[in-house]
Design a protein around this ligand. Structure first.
Ligand code: ADP
Ligand code: MG
Length: 698
């Protein structure tokens, strides 16, 4: 059979070299397969007339038949609009025009029968249709029947006559050329088990839908394919690693662990911490390599879990390391861990970009000889000059900042692949986690240490600063400390730094009786550290910063987090920042300062922050509001999550279903070696082989 992905679009009648180039540049269409997988983004339904009472949310474009009962001009300025009330006997719907008001009012008359065509949108408790097409009933025969697909096009495409209609014509000529046949990419067994439509039928219906119902089935099939193959790839990778990488065995719970647990642990572990340690210990004793994702909200006590795991490694004569995304965070981990270990006989080294050469030259041999038990550092850890004696455990903090590539370099630090624990405080919605980290086992710390009071979150407009300053003064007088954070957005960094510096000058003036310090990414590491230390030691009452403090800083005495221009931060980021306070026993506050003018979406975002302290809820809301494309972490994931039709926000159930089916397939045939599964194997190799180095994937 013709290999559709190898056949260039230029072979298609009507597509010359020039059009082919535009299709490639503007729409990424190179092969026949690319064309068939270039899906419409909307459909217009002229197959039947709907009744007003039938209108629901999320409909395609529909048509109604009825009469205007009144016209009214409402609103002022930009909201000035003409509202035509339209009735079909079953109900009344508002048709709304914001442009050409006089013309529209003139053109249509009350009482006459019309066909109205448009997309209903929900508005408060009812629906309306903005800028509908309205045709007198007597013109009806001009309107063709069926669902009409609309393809995404750009200005450049349209200029070269590659409009939606042209794309549809290409689809038609390609599909009829192929005799409407397309090679199936799922096995008969999966098709039988799932009851999904065949691929040929799905491709046909997605481009030339006969009914809304068949279209839905086609969409389901194609979404399933997309999510199924991602899952199949992830699960194959995981099982490959499980069989090919032997795990280092850590059978002992020895003196290091026990002594620390009995004599040094300053508090009881939370139940969630205990459960997670148990899960980790099971992995370490299993003979399989651990690949575990540890999720826990900010302040849930992940560092302690990391330390206990490292002590287990040392008990079994291995070294351990923690890799952190920033120097500040590495320093913080170092300080915290030294604080926990006190006089215990564990040698810990800190290795970052600003470690002095002389010190480095002493540390490296001590790491290579195994004298040093724990190394804490940044990217500096993956440099080739760093050689371990016996690295048994690699802990990676704040997952989303490390690409797969960087993670895999850690694997090569030992002849046998070390156990890996990835810690993240950025809660990841379930669907995204399944897709990005679906090959990792997951542990969750879903409980905060006792005695924490939930942070109270307030939203204030920036024209009411005086009250805010008064509030900060009150807290400082009570002995507390305050963070003030400014956004730092790529592209407008200059302005951002200027805002921070101006803010700093202002605060120094207003709070001249206190010490205000400042850190930002452009400062030298030593200066940053000095300023940071002022705050950590309590010498400074106010720390002003860009988002460099986002991760890791632990100052339990700080009770207020002021976030300037909060509208410019994403939800996850706001939540991370808020987690910097509320770490002691005192009531803490997070103040979101924004301008008065906010988009609806932004207002919702800030509302969610005010109403919820739960990182997972917030992450889910973020996914719903923004879609997965914008979520932090997806771009750097290295997984190339360019979904064509599935949507992680809306298609969670299909994803779960696809994963289950993939699991069932692999349970019976772990490496897809059975004859009947060859089509699955071929497809997964084709889709992913080029992107992923199987041996080294984390
Ligand atoms: P995370 O890294 O998950 O954000 P940390 O490990 O920094 O959280 O812990 C936050 C704070 O809670 C630290 O001050 C830590 O010492 C403290 N802590 C951790 N576990 C407990 C516990 N079980 N009981 C009381 N305090 C704890
Ligand atoms: Mg932490």
């Amino acid at each position: 059979m013709l290999e559709l992905d190898k056949r260039s679009i230029t072979y298609l009648p009507g597509v010359g070299p020039k059009k082919a180039e535009i299709l490639q540049k503007e729409a990424g269409i190179v092969s026949y397969e690319d064309l068939l997988y270039y899906f419409p983004y909307k459909y217009i339904d002229r197959s039947r007339f709907y009744k007003v009472v039938e209108i629901r949310g999320n409909m395609p474009y529909i048509q109604l038949k009825g009469r205007f009962i009144s016209f009214e001009t409402l609103g002022e300025g930009r909201t000035r609009r003409l509202v035509g009330r339209f009735s079909d006997g079953t109900g009344v719907i508002d048709l709304v025009w914001f442009k050409g008001l006089a013309y529209v009012k003139d053109k249509y008359s009350i009482g006459k029968e019309y066909i109205v065509f448009g997309k209903p949108t929900e508005f408060g408790h009812s629906y309306n249709i903005a800028h509908p097409d309205v045709d007198p009933v007597e013109n009806q025969e001009q309107v063709t029947g069926g669902l009409t697909p609309y393809y995404p096009t750009t200005e450049k495409m349209k200029k070269s006559f590659l409009n939606s209609r042209a794309i549809q014509n290409y689809q038609y000529s390609l599909l009829s050329n192929l005799g409407w046949k397309i090679q199936e990419i799922l096995t008969p067994e999966i098709l039988r088990k799932t009851g999904l439509m065949s691929l040929a039928e799905a491709i046909r219906q997605i481009h030339f839908p006969e009914t809304v119902d068949l279209l839905r089935k086609a969409q389901l099939r194609l979404k399933f394919d997309e999510l199924f193959y991602i899952q199949l790839n992830i699960l194959l990778t995981a099982s490959f690693r499980k069989t090919k990488f032997q795990g280092l065995l850590f059978p002992l719970v020895g003196d290091y662990f026990n002594t620390f647990y009995k004599e040094y642990l300053p508090f009881d572990l939370t139940n969630a911490q205990k459960r997670v340690i148990k899960e980790i210990r099971k992995d370490l004793g299993s003979g399989r390599q651990m690949n575990r994702l540890l999720q826990g909200d900010v302040g849930s006590g992940k560092t302690l879990v990391a330390l206990l795991t490292m002590l287990l490694a040392i008990d079994n004569k291995y070294q351990a390391c923690i890799m952190a995304p920033t120097e500040i965070l590495a320093n913080q981990h170092y300080a915290t861990i030294m604080g926990f270990l006190k006089d215990m006989d564990v040698r810990v080294a800190l290795l970052t970009g600003s470690t002095k050469k002389k010190e480095r030259n002493e540390l490296l041999p001590a790491i290579a000889s195994g004298e040093i038990n724990i190394v804490i550092g940044t990217h500096a850890l993956i440099e080739e000059t760093v050689v371990f004696h016996s690295l048994g455990l690699a802990i990676i903090d704040e997952q989303h900042r490390f690409g797969v590539e960087q993670r895999s370099r850690l694997w090569q630090k030992n002849r046998r692949v070390p156990h890996v624990l990835v810690m993240t405080a950025t809660p990841i919605p379930r669907t995204l986690a399944m897709t990005l980290y679906g090959d990792l086992d997951v542990s969750v710390i879903d409980e905060l240490p006792p005695g924490r009071k939930p942070v109270q979150t307030l939203h204030r407009y920036d024209n009411r600063k005086a009250e805010l300053y008064e509030f900060l003064r009150k807290e400082i007088r009570a002995g507390r400390q305050v963070y003030v954070v400014y956004p730092l957005i790529e592209g407008s960094e200059k302005v951002d730094y200027k805002n921070l510096e101006e803010g700093f000058e202002l605060f120094k003036e207003i709070f001249s009786d206190y010490t205000v310090c400042m850190v930002h990414g452009k400062m030298k590491a030593v200066d940053k550290e000095r300023e940071m230390q002022k705050f950590v030691k309590g010498e400074a009452q106010i720390l002003m910063a860009t988002t460099v403090i986002e991760v890791g800083v632990n100052v339990p005495n700080a009770t207020v987090m002021v976030i300037e221009s909060a509208e410019r931060f994403g939800l996850s980021q706001l939540h991370q920042l808020r987690g910097r306070v509320g770490r002691g026993g005192e009531q803490s506050y997070c103040v979101l300062v924004s301008s008065y003018k906010l988009s609806n979406e932004t207002r919702k975002r800030l509302e969610i922050m005010v109403n919820s302290n739960n990182g997972f809820d917030i992450a889910e809301a973020d996914l719903r509001l923004r879609g997965h494309g914008d979520l932090e972490g997806t771009q750097q994931s290295g997984m190339g999550l360019d979904l064509k039709i599935a949507n992680l926000g809306a298609d969670g159930q299909i994803l779960q279903f696809a994963r289950t089916i993939a699991q069932e397939v692999l349970e019976e045939d772990p490496d897809l070696s059975k004859e009947m599964n060859h089509i699955l194997k071929d497809r997964v190799n084709k889709l992913f082989a080029r992107k992923i180095n199987w041996g080294m994937i984390s």
